[in-house]
Design a protein. Structure first.
Lengths: 578, 579
């Protein structure tokens, strides 16, 4: 409950800049709802002037109708303006939240992002924000008017006739009760349905997603059998869920009918006794119709709002997530590293219970090549994470150019590394913009020079739009190797003093692979380079080989030294060509 | 939608009863204002209390009847719609199962999955709504009009003007906003793409220190999304006020004209009230109809997409069968001038491939991406059909075999190591339903996967989660290899399926396969020269053509492409050592 209050407070805080609009919206809501309620009274008065043959007061009717016309005009303009206010508030607030969430994403520590599925984070920034917007809009537009309408109707009704009002007041809650009763009953059915649907989706996902395997093993018939079982189940659940939920409308309509009839009978009797006029009766009848509507709507608005609150909470949780530690006071900006690097007694683990790197020492002189080798999953990326300060070490010290990296600004440290990862990442924009990613103002000649140095110029020129070719989502129109060449070109443009390179294991064609090798060589010239290596030639040429296993560095030295040690590296080396 | 209507055939009764009862209910609703008019004109005028109560009773009775009718209608509509969805879903699933690789490539897996799930759900709720409401709303509008005419022809002129006007306003606004909503969706997609991109590339973004630029880009996209949303909002905000104005102006006229009619004695007071009521009913019905149309257009779009899948026809069809399948002297596999082109591609992926492979041989296949390696092996079990030429297995054209007989000969390990939700045992029995414990363990041993299973608490009964997420890439690959080996295939195809294995395991695996499978013909597709160096025969692919066939030694001497590959991957000594 407290947390709910908290969320409310935060939402109110977000709305604050638009308070003037909220007030306007509220004023318009009151005006239009009150006038909407006044219209039936006028209509009733008009009807009262039409008694029977020869008994019609045309003059009176004309005055009333004129008044009615004015009221209609004001009401509709008021409604429209209210809607405009609500739209503006909602979409602006939502834009603010969305932008805030995205900026926060840029500040979050890698630890947060790595430990969660992308889908979860994306749904917080996009889907939850969207749902929140829907709920907010509905809340504004219907909660205001609904409340005003209910209150107004009560006042107007009581002012005309207490007895008939009581009929309405007493029967209406029945409709609410029925609606919420059905909603509660159907909730479990819908839950069941979505469970079965989830089963169905995951089966379809598996079978259709891996259609080729299914066919290779002739599993179609078995798959269909499994499908049929779930499908039958789904049929049963869906029928129940759909039917019971579709009862709501007729049932509430029935209760509304009862209200209408009740008003009709009591009203008619009162009219017969002369307590009210026929026109007032017709006014009551239209109130009876109007009064139940906001009640039904409000019950659905409440569920929608609850949902919106839940979504808002998830978004707020995300925004309030602890950001990456900012650079400490007095941090130095490292202009140009000399290429020397040392690890002194470094310990690190992702999870305090699972020890990973322990008391690691390493000395790298400017221009040396360090190959990192080991079986898949041995933790090669951990080292990259620490060098780039994507993660911070637990104990010890990393020294770059005689500076403890903790005393350097993160941005300046990172600017001294050029990074080419095996998981290539390109933006969906033009090739030129991708190459100039780190240097947006780079001249076209510089971009082309970098591309040439990365052996990417050739294939880029062959494309229809050359450097202006737009790369589709996740680089769909490029081959894996071409993507990697672009990533290399991206680094070439800046060419910082230290490099982190990740050799591709597979899925690159040989010719391109040769080009990548050459590009790597050209880059590494005179630069301190860390290479996650798979190729024996690279490994052998390295000044230092770090052999990793199960997250830790178990051996260190050059090729000959390590072979002499006859340890894990020697075993790895021999097995490859045995 | 038309083509899919046949799935309602089994639910004809329901599809007729549903709307029918809905109409009955609408009739009861339409009569209410008339009865109320009678209460006013007769009951109140004559101070007839029993009449008022009697009419009140009738109103309640009609209410009850209406409720019963509409519940009946809802039930039958739901039954028909769900039945429709179920039958359609089954057929589509079956249809997808029969498609061949060529069609799956064109359609794409994720598309097929959305067709199976959300599109069918959408179509199903479309059917449900149509059965329930599509007749009802027009019927109420028409009914209210008829009632108005019955009460007073002169006053109903107002209806004749107001109803089309209302329709134009409602549908006009819809027609303007629906395309705009598409723009909103596009804006949302853009924002989504940028978010996903930034998540995936977060390391690069930080390495290049471009957080600010990314924020700016997102800010712009977010801003333009907001602008479209505001535009749509402004237009759709007109709907309520506009309809309100029209209906109430109509009511003003009803009272004025009605007043004149009453003055002349052609109409009663109660009837004027009834006419006002009918006007309101029409408005409600039209708004309901507009919502329905939105759902219906969505359902139609879904139906269209589902039909697109049905329109795909399996290009590979089972052959008539081959009688004496194994000709003793025939080579195991033979390609005669085979060419292949992917649908939609201009140039051939394979052209004029001609070769023979004998029983028991191990064949290594190497070449760059897109050189045609995978396509080559996919032609063997007829995942695709050759465009030209013949593929023969045991001396018979693959097109003559019955499809399941042909595929029974193969054990295939695809590039993507896909396992299914279920126990390890169930996964291995994919290949051979009645595989014994012994056969399973033997396959695991060859695949170097024995240890993986032994380390699991429940051994063979350990559950594998969806997609094999609880296993590492290397473990998954070894289990998929075991799965292919369980059926003791005549031909084993390893399609770049050891890429996640370290060199040592890869080497052990190849040795074990070579040792334990004398009769088996093995095709190993790989990017690594070291994986295929010792094969009996190496086929080097380059741009869809065979650049060379031979042993490592022969190829090193004669084949330029092979030399290039080796020198890029192996150090000089390694190349030499095996040469």
């Amino acid at each position: 409950m407290r947390r709910q209050e908290n969320t409310t407070k935060k939402i109110l805080y977000l709305i604050k800049p638009y308070m003037h609009l909220v007030i306007l919206s509220f004023v318009f809501a009151i005006i239009s709802s009150a006038l909407t309620l006044y219209a039936p009274i006028l209509i009733g008065e008009g009807v009262d002037l039409i008694l029977a043959k020869g008994q019609v007061d045309f003059g009176g009717i004309l005055t009333i109708l004129k008044r009615l016309a004015v009221i209609i005009a004001i009401t509709s303009v008021g409604q429209w303006l209210m809607n405009l206010c609500n739209n503006t508030i909602t979409y602006r607030v939502v834009k603010d939240v969305r932008t805030k969430a995205f900026s926060h994403l840029q500040k979050l520590p890698l630890k947060y992002i790595d430990s969660r599925q992308y889908g979860d984070t994306i749904s917080r920034v996009i889907t939850d924000v969207d749902q929140f917007s829907d709920g907010l809009l509905m809340g504004f537009s219907q909660l205001f008017t609904g409340g005003v309408t209910i209150a107004g109707t009560l006042v107007f009704m009581l002012a005309i006739n207490v007895k008939i009002s009581l009929v309405v007041i007493l029967i209406t809650p029945v409709s609410l009760f029925v609606a919420s009763f059905i909603a509660k009953k159907t909730y479990t059915m819908f839950k069941k349905q979505s469970e079965v649907r989830a089963q169905m989706t995951s089966l379809v996902d598996e079978m259709v997603g891996n259609q080729k395997v299914v066919q290779a093993f002739g599993y179609q018939k078995k798959a269909l059998e499994r499908f049929d079982v779930i499908n039958k189940d789904l049929q049963k659940c869906s029928l129940r869920a759909i039917f019971f939920s579709s009862i709501t409308n007729p049932s509430t309509r029935f209760v509304n009918g009862l209200v209408y009839t009740g008003v009709g009978i009591v009203g008619a009797v009162s009219a017969m006794r002369g307590a009210i006029s026929v026109g007032q009766l017709s006014c009551f009848l239209s109130y009876a119709n109007q009064y139940t509507k906001p009640f039904n709507e409000i019950s659905s608005v409440v569920t929608e709002l609850q949902n919106a609150f839940a979504c808002a909470k998830r978004v707020f949780d995300f925004i309030e997530e602890e950001p990456e530690a900012s650079d400490g006071e007095g941090s130095v900006s490292l202009e140009e590293a000399d290429g020397s690097l040392a690890l002194n007694q470094v310990s690190f683990s992702y999870n305090p219970e699972v020890k990973l790197l322990q008391n690691l020492n390493l000395k790298v002189k400017p221009g040396q090549k360090i190959a990192i080798v080991g079986p898949t999953g041995c933790g090669k990326t951990t080292l990259i994470n620490l060098l780039m300060r994507f993660y911070d070490i637990d104990e010890g010290q990393i020294v770059v150019s005689d500076y403890d990296v903790m005393k350097l600004t993160k941005d300046s440290l990172r600017s001294n590394y050029g990074m080419v990862l095996q998981e290539t990442w390109l933006k969906s924009c033009s090739i030129a913009d991708n190459i100039a990613y780190g240097k947006p103002n780079a001249a076209r000649e510089d971009i082309e020079r970098a591309a040439k140095a990365a052996h990417a110029h050739e294939f880029i020129s062959r494309m229809k739009d050359g450097y202006d070719t737009i790369i589709s989502e996740e680089g769909g129109n490029l081959s894996q190797g071409q993507k990697q060449l672009l990533c290399i070109a991206r680094v070439m443009l800046e060419l910082p003093p230290m490099l982190i390179l990740d050799e591709a294991t597979s899925s690159i064609d040989t010719r391109t692979e040769i080009k990548i090798q050459e590009a790597f060589h050209c880059m590494m010239e005179g630069r301190t380079s860390f290479i996650v290596a798979h190729r024996l030639s690279t490994i052998k040429e390295a000044d230092i080989i770090l052999v990793m296993k199960d997250g830790n560095i178990i051996e260190q030295g050059n090729h000959e030294e390590l072979l002499e040690q006859n340890g894990f590296y020697a075993q790895l080396y021999q097995s490859q060509f045995a | 939608m038309k083509k899919l209507i046949r799935y309602l055939n089994d639910y004809k009764k329901e599809s007729i009863i549903g709307p029918l009862f809905k109409l009955l209910e609408a009739c009861f609703e339409l009569i209410v204002p008339l009865i109320m008019a009678d209460i006013i004109d007769i009951g109140i005028k004559n101070r007839d209390l029993p009449y008022i109560l009697r009419m009140g009773g009738i109103l309640v009775l009609f209410g009850v009847l209406g409720l019963v009718c509409s519940l009946t209608a809802q039930y039958f509509a739901a039954k028909a719609a769900v039945g429709f969805g179920t039958a359609l879903r089954r057929d589509l699933f079956k249809h997808i199962g029969e498609l061949s690789y060529a069609e799956i490539d064109v359609a794409g897996n994720s598309t097929l999955i959305t067709r199976m799930t959300s599109d069918i759900n959408q179509a199903q709720s479309g059917v449900n709504l149509v059965l329930r409401l599509f007749l009802r709303s027009p019927f109420i509008v028409a009914g209210a009009l008829v009632m108005a005419f019955a009460i007073s022809i002169r006053v109903s002129v107002i209806f004749v003007i107001a109803v089309p006007l209302l329709s134009i306003v409602i549908y006009g606004i819809m027609m303007i906003t629906i395309p705009l909503y598409r723009r909103v969706q596009k804006g949302l997609d853009k924002v989504l793409l940028t978010t996903r991109e930034n998540l995936a590339g977060i390391r690069v973004v930080r390495a290049f220190r471009t957080q600010k630029a990314e924020k700016e880009q997102f800010g712009e996209e977010s801003e333009s999304l907001m602008k479209v949303q505001l535009l749509v909002g402004r237009i759709s905000a007109l709907l309520n006020p506009a309809t309100y104005v029209i209906v109430n102006i109509a009511i003003i006229f009803i009272i004025w004209v009605g007043g004149r009619e009453v003055y002349e004695g052609a109409l009663t007071q109660g009837e004027v009230i009834a006419l006002v009521n009918y006007m309101s009913q029409i408005l409600i019905a039209l708004v309901a109809l507009s919502n329905l149309i939105i759902t219906f257009t969505k359902a139609l779009a879904s139906a269209g997409r589902i039909n697109e899948v049905f329109a795909l026809k399996a290009s590979v069809r089972s052959g008539a069968g081959v009688r004496n399948s194994a000709k003793e002297d025939a080579p195991k596999v033979q390609f005669k001038h085979v060419s292949f082109v992917y649908k939609g591609d201009k140039s051939a992926v394979l052209s004029d491939i001609d070769l023979t492979v004998n029983k028991g041989e191990t064949v290594g296949i190497i070449g760059g991406t897109g050189s045609g390696k995978s396509t080559f092996v996919n032609l063997l079990p007829r995942f695709y059909d050759a465009a030209e030429g013949e593929v023969l297995i045991d001396g018979a054209d693959v097109k003559d075999y019955e499809l399941n007989v042909l595929r029974q000969k193969f054990g295939i390990v695809p590039q993507k190591a896909a396992l299914f939700h279920g126990t390890i045992r169930e996964n291995l029995q994919y290949g051979k339903e009645d595989a014994t414990e012994e056969e399973i363990w033997q396959a695991l041993r060859i695949a170097q996967a024995e240890e993986i299973v032994q380390n699991k608490q429940n051994e063979l009964d350990e559950m594998i989660s969806e997609g094999g997420k609880n296993l590492s890439g290397g473990q998954r690959q070894r289990l998929t290899i075991a799965r292919a080996l369980v059926r003791k295939p005549e031909i084993l195809i390893l399609d770049d399926s050891a890429s996640a294995l370290d060199y040592a395991t890869d080497a052990r695996l190849r040795r074990a396969i070579a040792e334990s499978t004398d009769d088996m013909t093995v095709f190993i597709v790989s990017q690594r020269a070291s994986s295929i160096m010792q094969a009996d025969k190496i086929i080097v692919f380059d741009n869809g053509r065979i650049a060379g066939i031979g042993t490592h030694r022969q190829l090193l001497r004669d084949c330029r492409v092979y030399q290039e590959i080796c020198s890029s991957q192996l150090s000089r000594e390694e190349v030499a050592r095996h040469a």
